[in-house]
Design a protein around this ligand. Structure first.
Ligand code: MLT
Length: 247
């Protein structure tokens, strides 16, 4: 296994990822929210790039069967049922329903790598579960950890989570790391005992705290508390991956 990290959006093209397993990371907050929604019984999540696309897809379903969720500039979209705070995705809102979901960076990153061999979503919350799924199902395949970033740029929180995964893949599976994967692993090593502090000091973390979402920043910094592996099917539909070996 060789592990590469796309530290900023677009650094690794979809073509380069065609034979690889892609893990999309948007710690604040899209992939953390996806993990919580699936853990709380959401049937599946349809990732969309735009608000219009989300509304259009929703029009094909009966209202009782779905919720519309997502954000722009960190705030809930007008007319949507839910924003992008993991705390909103409680069983009474999402259990047994589809979530039609659009976020600024996270859902776009998921859709950008639709042609990869397999696509998973990771955050600190499910890092251990994703590591185990990679070890169990894809130990012989190259892995690309894709940081969704913030407005097309590098962001600290996604690089730290990529570093956690890269380090475990190297140390426990013997994976070789690209320079960006080694850099992410080293960065994680610097902050591993103060993830919440690093997230709170990050640019998007401090923006979210300013909006009143400090609890989200704290929650999203918790490590491996949720045993859910979100997997992307048909380029945009995210469901829980099976617990058994997949191949
Ligand atoms: C995104 O996809 O850009 C984020 O999840 C934004 C947010 O924190 O809501």
């Amino acid at each position: 296994m060789r592990v590469d990290v796309s530290l900023a959006p677009g650094e690794i093209s979809a073509g380069e990822a065609a034979q690889a397993v892609v893990v999309v990371i948007d710690v604040l907050r899209a992939t953390s929210t996806v993990v919580v929604a699936l853990d709380n019984g959401c049937e599946e999540i349809i990732a969309t790039e735009s608000i219009e696309e989300a509304i259009n897809i929703a029009s094909g379903y009966t209202k009782a069967d779905y919720v519309l969720g997502g954000e722009r500039r960190g705030l809930a979209v007008d007319g949507f049922d839910l924003g992008n705070s993991p705390a909103e995705y409680v069983p009474s809102k999402v259990a047994g329903k589809k979530l039609i979901f659009t976020t600024t960076n996270g859902t776009r990153a998921i859709k950008a790598y639709g042609n990869a061999y397999a696509i998973y979503a990771a955050s600190f919350l499910n890092a251990d579960a994703v590591f185990r799924a990679l070890a169990r199902n894809h130990a012989d395949r190259d892995v690309i950890l894709v940081c969704a970033g913030q407005d097309s740029r590098f962001c600290m929180e996604d690089a730290l989570c990529a570093g956690l995964l890269a380090r475990r893949l190297r140390d426990e599976l013997g994976a070789s790391l690209s320079d960006s994967a080694n850099a992410a692993a080293d960065l994680f090593g610097i902050h591993e005992n103060s993830i919440h502090g690093a997230l709170a000091a990050s640019s998007h973390g401090s923006y979210l705290i300013g909006l009143g979402y400090g609890q989200d920043v704290e929650f999203c910094s918790r490590r491996s508390e949720i045993d859910v592996v979100p997997k992307v099917y048909d380029r945009r539909v995210i469901r829980r991956a099976p617990v058994e070996p997949e191949e």
